[in-house]
Design a protein around this ligand. Structure first.
Ligand SMILES: [Zn+2]
Length: 463
């Protein structure tokens, strides 16, 4: 019985680990590596394991850095079931279709540019093949994944359908309970319920994206966004909000809806300029049973979500191009969340050179991404091969993260009364070191920081 760490050990994308029980090999997540172009080229590398020898996949949630290489897994021979929460299954379908479509378009562009045939990372058809293998599971229902391994999904409060996974592994006399955190949300996140407590484990495989930080109070962040919007209204600018299509876009819409009158939003045209975010929003509104109390009440009182009379959904490229020509009075929510591609890049290129415009950064920006360069205060950035001056106001508002901060992470961990050993994944080295130190001091936990390729023999753990 062993655990092998492949991806997202020492970085925050490309989540992927293998649990081997009684000769059965189960993949925990199969995420895409995201960041700069050079980072993303690594997605084409062969897996450090044989895809055909994987018996099943357990998927924590629908973010691309957790599910984005599933089409490659299938393309390279995987034929087993992929277990995920039912909302995750719906979101994955949207997300992979989009990722595959972008990959095809990128390949066509590079083929034209270089004169050499460039193949897409995967095709729309290969993305669809994943969906035939998905097995929808509900929260708190125990499921046998392979002989010797039972799992139970618990709400992780990160995005709709996100899970922390309890895994009971049995090999002869040896029994181990492993908990895989997936990505953990903040407590009191709008729309979603809090991360569910788990009572014990022999080992925790835990994310620590923000393990070195404390988020500011969400209420302060919301106040700041309100001030930015009010200020922008006076200065006749546009407001760009780069947002992940899944999770962040819905939360932004929810906050705009909730504060519509207070922030004077009727002076703006609000655009959700992302076909994928529009689809994901539909999934969000169709799963009211997964909401927290406040969202449940709001939805009940208004019979619909989001509560924005001046919201325009923009699906077609022509509509997006028309939005791109608006010089003032627009709030544009578009992807990608790290500004590495998608419609937001066109809007940034157009809006960044002018002082009256505002960019509100509401999500995590990985090293190497355009979003990170904006956060870091670069005065010039390269977009589509051109130098673009950054004169617009760049506001980084931390408190809206879909990830818990060190206190949230520790709070979730401490629900496990036996304070099991922790292996930290899914965090840049700085965050991992900070959180390892923090959690050890706070809870006395033994904390390890695995490297890609490390193998943990689960028999040697003191259960
Ligand atoms: Zn995530």
């Amino acid at each position: 019985m062993k655990l092998e760490f492949f991806g997202a050990a020492g970085e925050v994308t490309g989540s992927c680990h293998i649990l081997t029980v009684g000769g059965q090999r189960v993949l925990l997540d199969c995420g895409l590596i995201q960041g700069s172009r050079r980072d993303e080229e690594r997605n084409r590398d062969p897996f450090p394991f044989d895809a055909a020898e994987i018996d099943a996949v357990v998927l924590s949630h629908a973010h691309l850095d957790h599910c984005g290489r599933l089409p490659l897994l299938v393309k390279r021979g995987f034929r087993g079931p992929i277990y995920a929460h039912e909302a995750t299954c719906e979101l994955v379908a949207i997300l992979l279709a989009d990722a595959a479509h972008l990959a095809e378009r990128d390949a066509e562009y590079l083929t034209r540019k270089t004169g050499k045939k460039v193949k897409p990372l995967y095709t729309v058809k290969q993305g669809e093949a994943v969906m035939h293998l998905m097995q929808a599971v509900k929260y708190r229902v125990e499921t046998d994944v392979v002989p010797g391994l039972r799992v139970r999904f618990r709400d992780a409060g990160h995005i709709l359908g996100s899970c922390a996974v309890e895994l009971w592994a049995r090999e002869g006399e040896l029994e181990r309970k492993i908990v895989f955190s997936g990505d953990l949300g903040q407590y009191d996140t709008p729309i979603l319920k809090d991360p569910e407590p788990i009572d014990r484990a022999d080992l925790v495989l835990m994310e620590c994206t923000y393990g070195g930080r404390r988020h500011r109070e969400r209420s302060e962040t919301i106040t700041e966004i309100g001030e930015i919007i009010t200020h922008a209204a006076a200065g006749k600018g546009n407001i760009l909000i780069p947002a992940f299509a899944i999770g962040r876009s819905q939360e932004i819409l929810y906050q705009l809806g909730k504060h519509h009158d207070e922030w004077g939003l009727d002076r703006f045209h609000i655009f959700l300029d992302s076909p994928m975010a529009i689809e994901a929003t539909k999934v969000y509104w169709e799963h009211p049973r997964l909401y927290d109390k406040e969202a449940t009440i709001l939805r009940h009182e208004n019979h619909e979500m989001p509560l924005l009379p001046n919201l325009k959904l923009s699906r077609d490229t022509e509509e997006s191009m028309a939005i791109n020509r608006i010089e003032s009075g627009a709030i544009i929510i578009a992807g990608s969340g790290m500004c590495n591609g998608g419609r937001i890049v066109h809007h940034l290129r157009r809006c960044l050179p002018y002082r009256q415009n505002h960019v509100i950064i509401v999500g995590y920006q990985a090293y190497g991404s355009l979003g990170r360069r904006l956060v870091d205060g670069h005065e010039h950035v390269r977009i589509h091969g051109q130098d673009v001056a950054v004169r617009a106001h760049i506001h980084t508002v931390g408190g809206l993260s879909a990830h818990g901060d060190q206190d949230d992470l520790a709070r979730w961990y401490e629900c496990m009364e036996n304070h099991p050993p922790v292996w930290l994944v899914h965090g840049e080295d700085e965050s991992r070191e900070a959180f390892a130190d923090y959690l050890h001091r706070r809870s006395g936990a033994t904390v390890r920081q695995p490297q890609p390729g490390d193998i943990l023999d689960l028999a040697t753990l003191n259960a």
